[in-house]
Design a protein around this ligand. Structure first.
Ligand SMILES: [Zn+2]
Length: 148
């Protein structure tokens, strides 16, 4: 349910795990999620008020359905800072490293003009990122729509 928020948090540099696909349909899923959150010192973000209540300090009830309002709630509660780092893969959470020439040249949709661009690589997904793809649009949204 919070897939978009997950991607935003990764673009903001935060180590973010998604519960999607974890033990689906398991009655004990909530208990498992809370245990993982506590073990890994993670904050469990949920739309489920009952789960948030059970999680106490380990969980946070996400109130809005709008992703920018969700991010704002986390900023207001001092869980995150208003910044974009583009330092993690939005798909798998792996930390990105600088891409090499070979990786850029072998990516079909990569821009041909490299001036003013920085390229990053997810070694897990073998996916190329560059500022200007998601970067510019996201930067503008963060500037326009989020408060410190
Ligand atoms: Zn990845």
């Amino acid at each position: 349910m919070l897939g978009t928020l997950t991607r935003y948090l990764r673009f903001m540099g935060y180590d973010t795990t998604s519960a999607n696909g974890l033990l689906e349909g398991d009655k004990k899923e909530d208990t498992v999620l809370l245990a993982i959150a506590r073990q890994e010192h993670r904050l469990l973000l949920t739309k489920d008020a009952e789960l948030a209540r059970r999680g106490d300090a380990s969980a946070l009830l996400v109130r809005s359905d709008d992703v920018m309002e969700q991010v704002q709630q986390l900023i207001d509660r001092h869980h995150i800072k208003r910044r974009l780092t583009m330092s993690r893969c939005s798909l798998c959470n792996t930390e990105l490293r600088e891409a090499n020439t070979c990786e850029i040249e072998n990516t079909a949709n990569a821009p041909k003009d490299w001036r003013d661009l920085s390229f990053f690589w997810c070694r897990h997904c073998e996916k190329l990122y560059w500022n200007g793809s998601h970067g510019k649009q996201l930067e503008q949204r963060v500037e326009r729509e989020l408060r410190e």
